[in-house]
Design a protein. Structure first.
Length: 74
C-alpha cells in the first residue's frame, strides 16, 4: 500500500508529487511538513484510489502536536 502527497511548490512554481509512503500517517506528516515550507497540499492519494482532500489534511494537522511526531522516514 502506497500513499503519495500531491502539492504545489510555490518556490518552484509547479505541481509536484511526493515519493511513496508505506502508511497514511507518514503521508499526512509529509503533507504537514510541506505546508510548513509554504507549499499548497492538494490531496493525498492512497491504495484503491482513496483520496484525502485538503480540508481533511488541514484538520488532521491542527489536531496533532508537532513535537511528539517523529520525522517521516527517508
Amino acid at each position: 500500500m502506497t500513499w503519495t502527497t500531491h502539492y504545489f511548490d510555490r518556490r518552484l512554481n509547479k505541481d509536484s508529487v511526493s515519493r511513496a509512503f508505506a502508511s497514511k500517517e507518514d503521508a499526512l506528516r509529509q503533507a504537514r511538513d510541506l505546508m510548513r515550507q509554504n507549499c499548497v497540499v492538494r490531496f493525498i492519494k492512497g491504495p484503491n484510489d482513496e483520496k484525502i482532500d485538503a480540508v481533511a489534511i488541514t484538520a488532521w494537522c491542527k489536531g496533532r502536536s508537532t513535537r511528539k511526531d517523529p520525522p517521516p522516514p527517508k
